[in-house]
Structure formats: C-alpha cells, structure tokens
Ligand binder design. Sequence first.
Ligand code: IMP
Length: 203
Amino acid sequence: MTVKLVLATHNAKKVPEMRAILADAGVAAEVLALDAFPGAPEVPETEATFVGNARLKARAIAAHTGLPAVADDSGLSVDELRGMPGVLSARWAGRFGAGDQDRANLDLVLDQLADTPQERRGAQFVCAAVLVMPDGTERVAEGVLPGHLVGERRGENGFGYDPVFVPEGESRTTAELSPEEKNAISHRGIAFRALAMELADLI
Ligand code: IMP
C-alpha cells in the first residue's frame, strides 16, 4: 500500500530529497508538497526552538490535509554568536535583506566574525523534523552537521550559508559539494532519514 505524505514546505529542493530517502528506506510513499494544497495555512515560525517551529507546521498541515505530514525547521548555529542565528537564520539581516535575503544574512555573519580567529569559528547546521499522523501520533528527529565558517564565499551549490560552511573532515564548503554529497551528510538528511524509519514503523 502506498501512503500519501505531505511535506510542509514550498521549497522545491526538499521534495525530491525526501522522495529519495523514503525510497532508500523501502517506504512506499507518495510525497506531496504544499503546492498541491492551495488552501493550506501559512504557519508563522513563532517558537523559540527548531523542534517547536517544525511541530507547529506539521500539526497545522496534518490537520488541514488529513494526511501524515512532515515539517522541518533548520538553521545555522554559530559558536562565537552563542548559538545564533539559530531559529532566526532565515531573517538574520532583518529588513535589510529585502533584495537578496540569503546574501544579506551571510554578509552579516561574515562581518560579525571578521575578527574571530580560526579556532573560534565553529558552527553547526541543525535541523528538527516532525512527523504528525492523522490520529495525532507524533515523532521528532534532529540532525546536526558540525563544521566551521570560512571568511570568504566558495562554491555555487546549495543556498543560505552554504558558501561559507565547511563540514568537519571536509576541505570544501557545502556549496562546493554536489547535492548528493551534501544530502548524505546534511542535518536535514539525517533528520529526514530518521523520520523515514519512524514512518515505516507507523504504517
Ligand atoms: P528553513 O528551515 O527552510 O526555514 O531554513 C532556515 C534558514 O536556515 C535558511 O534560510 C538558511 O539561511 C539556513 N539554512 C538551513 N539549512 C541550510 C543549509 O543546508 N545550507 C545553508 N543554509 C541553511
């Protein structure tokens, strides 16, 4: 039996990633993006944690669609900034990023770390993913990708802070990795793979 699963995102890149992960896990699921549900609510990310925000979105979309729903929330946690931007990663540069938000956010973090020596440039990408079933059953998974930030952009792939983030054990930034290489180690890949196993148990 093929189960339908809604991924609570408008980000076109996350859907094929989740499809591939479910296929690898042997879970027969049809993954639908939010675009398939034009009346779906836009859920503001008002919580202080990644898990809290992911849970808000997954609950709202499961309630709206009557289908199992997965939502994720992710961001960059910089040691020198005491874990920030964290849940504020997407809007770290505030209204100043009106033209190109990703560029403005990254420029601001680079400026903030301009005088920070190499040994204090540690950072992590963090992802929380929440699965909500139609009967209200919930599962939570988290993924962390540890690394450090370099001082200048490198690479064209990915999005957000990828051009300055080098994973532990790598010399390339995540913007220099292929999508497949990044998915194999990424915070989102880890969290989605854990939820795929949970879904397999629940259906
Ligand atoms: P969201 O989880 O899609 O809301 O992403 C939040 C923000 O965190 C993004 O806008 C990016 O700035 C940052 N972020 C999350 N994951 C990544 C990643 O894999 N690479 C680069 N930036 C990321």
